[in-house]
Design a protein around this ligand. Sequence first.
Ligand code: C5P
Length: 293
Amino acid sequence: MRATYRSFAKVNLHLEVLGPRPDGYHELRTIFQSVDLCDLVSLEVEGRGVRLEVADRSLPSDERNLAHQAATTFLARWPLVDGIRITLEKRIPVGGGLGGGSSNAAAVLQGLRDLLDVRQATDLQLEELGRDLGADVPFFLTGGTALGLGRGDEIEPLPDLPERDILLVTPALEVSTASVFREYGELTPDQEVSSMGRLAWEEGVDWGMAAMGRNDLEPLVRRRFPEVGHVYNALVEAGASLVRLSGSGSTWFACFDDSTESAELERALPPGCRVCRARTMNRASLQRLRVVQ
Ligand code: C5P
């Protein structure tokens, strides 16, 4: 028994930090959006315990990897087979704010449910397991356009935004989400509460509204990593109508209204930046493309 699943990335159209929580996390109001950049996760019933193979040597293949943890948690709850071999083909940049590790964990949970035909595993139970693995994991079990409350792990699906092309630009550096939030917590900036979350909840989001969103982590990340700011400037100069940091960075996503972003853009970017033309995805597309035939 073997199957391969696409594990899609996300961007945050809006990320508002409301303040610190007693559990050490931060209270968020965020709007997630799935995008078609994806890793490939193959699952096979084999051997004993969980074995993970990752082609990318910079990533751990032991219990530190969320995909490994997801399989261990799933098998502890539904011990239907002795062992699982996971093969992970990474394409989503690591430490880029695109949720790759969390997406891989969600793909393992849903993939194992399908592969082992565990019908008693409800969406709610997978969500509970996912939440313990990481705050972004529940979003990836839903996908599309969705509001994230609490730690970002209380997901309210929103009507899907129309799919559109976006550009993802990732500078050659990894940002640790934990350290960005730690520093943010020390600064405790006094941000104005945005109406985006409420409007999105009441009326849904359109791309015009998304342009009015913000990411509260942006100023801090730009200050700490000047190169991240240079990428922003290059995207604005190239005529992007929307440029926003995803999660804690380092990836920016940009929208260009005329779909012809300037040819000079790549020359203007700092060396080593990864540029990826991607497309946002709705839930129907996610369902259609999840399983690799
Ligand atoms: O949940 P996850 O492991 O993905 O989060 C990484 C780190 O980011 C957490 O350990 C925490 O320090 C920080 N974080 C936070 N508030 C959130 C989400 C993450 O402080 N809502």
